[in-house]
Design a protein around this ligand. Sequence first.
Ligand code: C5P
Length: 408
Amino acid sequence: MVNGMLTGKQILLIISGGIAAYKALDLIRRLKERGAGVRCVLTAGGAQFVTPLSVAALSENAVFQDLFSLKDESEMGHIRLSREADMLVVAPASADLMAKMAAGLADDLASTILLATDKPVLFAPAMNTRMWEHPATQRNLATLLDDGLRAIGPGQGDLACGEVGAGRMSEPMEIVAAIEDMLIAAAPAAPLKGRRAIVTSGPTYEAIDPVRFLANRSSGKQGHAIAAALARLGADVVLVAGPNNQPDPTGVTVQGIESATQMLAACETALPADIAVCAAAVADWRVAGETEQKLKKDGSGRPPVLALVENPDILATLGHLNAGRPRLVVGFAAETEKVVAHAQDKRVRKGCDWIVANDVGAGTGVMGGDENTVHLITAQGVEDWPTMSKDAVADALAGRIADHFAAG
Ligand code: C5P
């Protein structure tokens, strides 16, 4: 059975000393069958109860045991071990390891990882009843909970030492449920989940002949960053991108095109959508009658005359759709003078809801650069945003889009 919730999640499981360590083997199996990746750290005490070989075989990963192991440190340092996990699980958590965690000791690999981590930690105590009930252990428990760690168990019952009482480690399936709970709580908010977005980005290339084209200096940085930011908020994003050197944003469907005509066709194919953000620098004109053969100098000294025809306006087409118009259509206005006035005019003319206007005049460094100074123009007015990185502009815009949909 594969449960989607743990698919692709990385769990770092720390197995400390105690007879309950055998249950950690079953926990590994349960996590693996739910699609999680499991890396294990075995303390010296833990290794007295389960062998590194069984832990490695079940987790299908190397087992980490030593803080000062040249081999482990060169393959993966203790900081990386904790940072690459989505969460840490200590099962069983012995009284000794709980005491170390509460005191902030770092004298072996497990305690060092627990002190170094920035990830959620779940621990499953397992020990003799008297050890559990001892004021020192209870003090440590309170400290750990106060520090934001989460405990599961221990349960009541027959203990391996022959006594009856609290101290039994929770069952693997109970621990799995607690892990799923914590991962849901830690999941980033997805306010745009279920919304579809089309983003255009980059320049377009308009062919003159098979080897030459008309283009512009757009890098695609801003459009790609917006696609990534919308995807981070849970939107289902199609990025229609002209030729560019940007990496494909994570979690985004990228549709590569060259010309404005192809960009429009790709956008129309991507409909229906709730959101359209047209950040591409689309060529206004294409060459009339692109030749099939390369243009040659004819010896007359006269250059060829290129006749241009207007390209379709993708933003205006989407903004003026009668049926199936995206609920929120956002355009860009790169201007070199009267930035806000031109953009306000463009908002109305192209039928879009918002315009992100920026000054791309000589000396601003916006085209191809990493920063942008924009104004957000809506029907309600103009907001001047401070100069920010293009990534920060993208996050701010995506946040505004999420607020817009949240407001209904
Ligand atoms: O008219 P101008 O090119 O300044 O408008 C810029 C805005 O219009 C941008 O959002 C750009 O992506 C969009 N646009 C378009 N198709 C065109 C020209 C511009 O989508 N052919």
